[in-house]
Design a binder for this molecule. Structure first.
Ligand SMILES: Cc1cc2nc3c(=O)[nH]c(=O)nc-3n(C[C@H](O)[C@H](O)[C@H](O)COP(=O)(O)OP(=O)(O)OC[C@H]3O[C@@H](n4cnc5c(N)ncnc54)[C@H](O)[C@@H]3O)c2cc1C
Length: 408
């Protein structure tokens, strides 16, 4: 018998769930609170939508669902994502494994999904916020006045609430008896205590960043650091921002050590010392400003001079050993103290969500039969690079197919 399914939330995960459920033979209706589906997709990847990544592994994810990475991704992985979008007509651009639509327009990904919703004759109710899901006699579920055989909750997390995902889906999950882990903004900028940030705002530079929590090294990432008037941003910062955000929530001390000369990161102390020694000898007739020109961004050079207690016109030849050592160390390990992560408004994802232990391997609730979950609502968040959308495609496909009766 044809199953009747409701999908709550028309984001990446909800649309994929709806399409897969319909293709598995169900009659599907999708509820979206906004006046159109997929608003967040349009903002992804700076408007280009980095929709997946060929370099997939559990290491790219955090949260309680990560333990079952193989179970989930063996059911629908990056290759199936590529097949799905290719079969719907989308050409794909592969930039070192990072996948984008060839059009470089996020709107293409959304259009492809919208056309597929139409093709599968999925009824989409926009401007329709679901406020409650009522189980009926332990089998069916009521949404508004309609009754369904299964409901897929795909309301997103708490990040970028203007796009519709403001965390209200967690209330629906809790009302059904589910537990939700602590939520923090992730893939987000970090605000720092130091007062020098205004002088370096706007700088983008290659760097290696090491995150320390209560003095213990927790993560080390290289990439393009962006300095803002309040702190640090850019992909390397995003990658460990969820760890920093959780630590701050738990009142732990968060510091980040910035190495502005990442080309020396993997090299030994001797090589680094040698580099400076040769430079101090070779350019000893210069003043400090001239001497540091060419090392890295000018604003960073000026900051180093200031933090070392020097002046731009100080003569190199007159600098004592301790001043020189200070300068060398500042380039390699400028430590900043993080006092806050930016909020959910600025975050790309939220870390935390519905506890994975309460879900089966096909993402069905273990507490309420025929309720399924997909996407960011589940306690699983990825690093930057297409991993969060891939989780939306993976979890949406699993939940959609399983809800429609597919046996995995
Ligand atoms: C600026 C930005 C850039 C990003 N870039 C990338 C990227 O390049 N690559 C990548 O992999 N990830 C990226 N992400 C993350 C990615 O977009 C999300 O992880 C993904 O969209 C989550 O999909 P979802 O379907 O679970 O949730 P969402 O996309 O948040 O969709 C949830 C939907 O549910 C609707 N909804 C909520 N509650 C209700 C309700 N009660 N009733 C009806 N409807 C409801 C919402 O309006 C929303 O449309 C980015 C995120 C942001 C904010």
């Amino acid at each position: 018998m044809e199953k009747k399914i409701a999908v709550i939330g028309g984001g990446a995960a909800g649309m994929m769930a709806a399409i897969q459920a319909a293709r598995t033979g169900a009659k599907v209706e999708l509820y979206e609170r906004n006046d159109r589906v997929g608003k967040k997709i349009l903002a992804t990847g700076n408007g280009k939508c980095n929709f997946s990544n060929r370099d997939m592994s559990a290491q790219a994810y955090y949260g309680s669902a990560r333990k079952r990475y193989d179970t989930f991704f063996s059911k629908f992985d990056v290759n199936e994502t590529i097949d799905f979008f290719s079969q719907e007509g989308m050409l794909i651009k592969d930039r070192n494994g990072y996948l984008y639509p060839a059009s470089e327009q996020a709107a293409t990904v959304l259009d492809i999904l919208r056309f597929a919703l139409d093709k599968e004759k999925i009824k989409v109710y926009t401007e329709c916020k679901v406020e409650a899901i009522k189980p009926i006699k332990g089998e069916q579920l009521q949404v508004g006045k309609a009754v369904y055989d299964a409901v897929i909750l795909a309301c997103g997390g708490k990040a970028a609430p203007k796009t519709g995902s403001d965390g209200n889906g967690f209330k629906l999950a809790k009302a059904l008896g589910h537990h939700v882990t602590e939520l923090v903004p992730a893939l987000v900028q970090l605000r720092c205590k130091e007062d020098f940030f205004k002088s370096v705002a706007g700088v983008r530079t290659g760097a290696e960043l090491t995150l320390y929590i209560d003095g213990k090294e927790r993560s080390c990432v290289q990439g393009e650091l962006q300095l803002t008037d309040y702190g640090i941003s850019g992909i390397p910062v995003f990658q460990f921002s969820r760890e920093a955000a959780y630590a701050l929530m738990h009142k732990e001390k968060v510091t980040v050590s910035i190495n502005f000369l990442p080309q020396f990161a993997q090299k030994d102390e001797k090589t680094y010392k040698q580099f400076w020694q040769e430079r101090w000898n070779r350019q000893k007739e210069q003043n400090l400003e001239q001497f540091l020109t060419g090392i890295t961004n000018k604003k960073i050079n000026q900051l180093v001079i200031k933090l070392a207690g020097c002046k731009p016109l100080d003569k190199v030849i007159e600098l004592n050993h301790s001043k020189r050592e200070k300068i060398e160390n500042l380039y390699r390990a400028l430590t900043v103290t993080v006092h806050e992560a930016n909020g959910f408004e600025q975050a790309q994802v939220s870390a935390g969500g519905v506890v994975a232990e309460e879900l089966t391997d096909t993402l069905e609730s273990k507490l309420v039969p025929n309720v399924y979950f997909a996407g960011e609502m589940i306690d699983m968040d990825g690093i930057c690079g297409g991993y969060n959308l891939q989780w939306a495609w993976t979890s949406g496909s699993i939940a959609g197919r399983a809800a429609a009766g597919k046996k995995f």
